[in-house]
Write a protein that binds this ligand. Sequence first.
Ligand SMILES: Nc1ncnc2c1ncn2[C@@H]1O[C@H](COP(=O)(O)OP(=O)(O)O)[C@@H](O)[C@H]1O
Ligand SMILES: O=C(O)C1=C[C@@H](OP(=O)(O)O)[C@@H](O)[C@H](O)C1
Ligand SMILES: [Mg+2]
Length: 173
Amino acid sequence: MLKGVNLYLIGMMGAGKTTVGRELAKQLSYGFLDADNVIEQATKQSINQLFALEGEAGFRQIETDILAQICAFTKLVISTGGGVILQQKNWSYLRHGLIVWLDVPVELLYTRLAEDTTRPLLQDVDLKQKLRSLFEQRQPLYNQADLRISISEEETPTKIATRVLEAIPTVLK
Ligand SMILES: Nc1ncnc2c1ncn2[C@@H]1O[C@H](COP(=O)(O)OP(=O)(O)O)[C@@H](O)[C@H]1O
Ligand SMILES: O=C(O)C1=C[C@@H](OP(=O)(O)O)[C@@H](O)[C@H](O)C1
Ligand SMILES: [Mg+2]
């Protein structure tokens, strides 16, 4: 159906990009890459360490460099980090493939991320407030995806992956 074209998952932290991406790759018989994971392997640093060492700006540069390399490959599901949409340049890489936005309400993100310590932007802040403000800033950018999958209440990753696959034919030219 996709003829080898890559599928890029975008959306807020906690939307399930990493979890659903793995499942989608299985269902599509595609390879799977999580961009944050590739960054961690390439730099031998955790995302937390990278933010501490390089700042967010340094992390964004690495993220762009990694995306530039990943997009040269085909037959991949790529789960991006939630902030990938912030850099205009990244869109030129994402547009090599089909871009799917997992749109999950802040309330649900909050319940998923309340105990999380792996996302530097969410530490030592009012979590709900921070998620709200990030969503407000980023929503217009996520909205540039080819496909939006709205997840209003908890569904299994398998179910969500199936919904994505069912929706893809509606946006293929
Ligand atoms: N469909 C789902 N149902 C229940 N929990 C989920 C679902 N998708 C993700 N999660 C959980 O939410 C958290 C964030 O998921 P993750 O895939 O890391 O999101 P992202 O990569 O978009 O930040 C994880 O603890 C994960 O297990
Ligand atoms: O939204 C963001 O700015 C970020 C999202 C994270 O990935 P997930 O979206 O997979 O949590 C990770 O790239 C980093 O902590 C920054
Ligand atoms: Mg992730």
